[in-house]
Design a protein around this ligand. Structure first.
Ligand SMILES: NC(=O)c1ccc[n+]([C@@H]2O[C@H](COP(=O)([O-])OP(=O)(O)OC[C@H]3O[C@@H](n4cnc5c(N)ncnc54)[C@H](OP(=O)(O)O)[C@@H]3O)[C@@H](O)[C@H]2O)c1
Length: 236
């Protein structure tokens, strides 16, 4: 079977890293990108050690130039991108009053504009090839109200709405758009204190990695549009 080329953003840690591992173990070529090069290099070494193909590129999703040149480098190296996983994310968990415009810019630029740019960088090629899959890692915050999450929720709800609209534009090109909305996952996104306190209830990044792979690995004519996944004991 032909190996698929999978680009995962924000893959230096957490859900992105474990998604890369899941796709690699399933025999795909993975391209991991993020800002911290040393972590990416370690992930690629681990994958190469298992005699599988992977590449790492530094890519800051808030920079249009960085995103466009990364997409170009992946296409030059592998000829195509079969799947983009928009995973890179930033958070601000503060009351609305305490949230500064700097926080707003950072979260919206990373989660919403960053995903917009990454999609723009792969879409013309996917339309030309009449195939492709874009999987967005959103959050239950996209459709559930939590305190101290207004801007984070707005960034994820914005991407949800944008993707739902885009899906209707690109169905005719056989391009799939999937949204995954996870609840609490034990990653560096959480402060140490909360992580220690709720660790036993949280999902693990590997759990989400397997779900992302599963969403991708559906038959050609099947599209999983939205996945809501929560810890059994509910939200934290
Ligand atoms: N953990 C949860 O409970 C949870 C729940 C629902 C959804 N999510 C979503 O899951 C995604 C992954 O988060 P995580 O929980 O795995 O946390 P994480 O371990 O902190 O991962 C965040 C990743 O995003 C990357 N990143 C941040 N800003 C970036 C930028 N400007 N350009 C490129 N990469 C950037 C980081 O890499 P660098 O710092 O190396 O760039 C890191 O690899 C996020 O979109 C988050 O909103 C998480």
């Amino acid at each position: 079977m032909e190996q698929k080329v999978i680009w995962i953003t924000g893959a230096s840690t957490g859900i992105g890293k474990e998604t890369a591992m899941a796709f690699s173990k399933a025999g795909n070529i993975v391209v991991v990108t993020a800002r911290r090069k040393s972590r990416l290099v370690r992930i690629v070494s681990e994958i190469n050690f298992a005699e599988r193909e992977a590449s790492a590129f530094v890519c800051n999703v808030t920079s249009e130039r960085s995103v466009m040149s990364t997409a170009k480098r992946i296409k030059e190296k592998y000829g195509r991108i079969d799947c983009l996983v928009n995973n890179a994310g930033a958070t601000v968990f503060k009351s609305f009053t305490d949230t500064k415009s700097f926080d707003y810019d950072n979260v919206i630029d990373t989660n919403l504009r960053g995903s917009f740019l990454c999609i723009k960088s792969v879409l013309p090629m996917m339309i030309k090839n009449k195939r492709g899959h874009i999987i967005n890692i959103l959050s239950v915050a996209a459709n559930t109200a939590f305190e101290n999450s207004a801007v984070y929720a707005a960034s994820k709800a914005g991407l949800l709405a944008m993707s739902n609209s885009l899906r209707e534009e690109v169905r005719r090109f056989n391009i799939k758009i999937s949204n995954i909305l996870p609840g609490a996952v034990e990653t560096a996104m959480w402060e140490n204190k909360a992580r220690q306190r709720y660790k036993h209830r949280m999902m693990q990044p590997e759990d989400i990695g397997k779900i992302v792979l599963n969403v991708f690995a559906q038959p050609k004519k099947v599209l999983i549009e939205d996945v809501i996944v929560r810890p059994v004991k509910g939200d934290i």
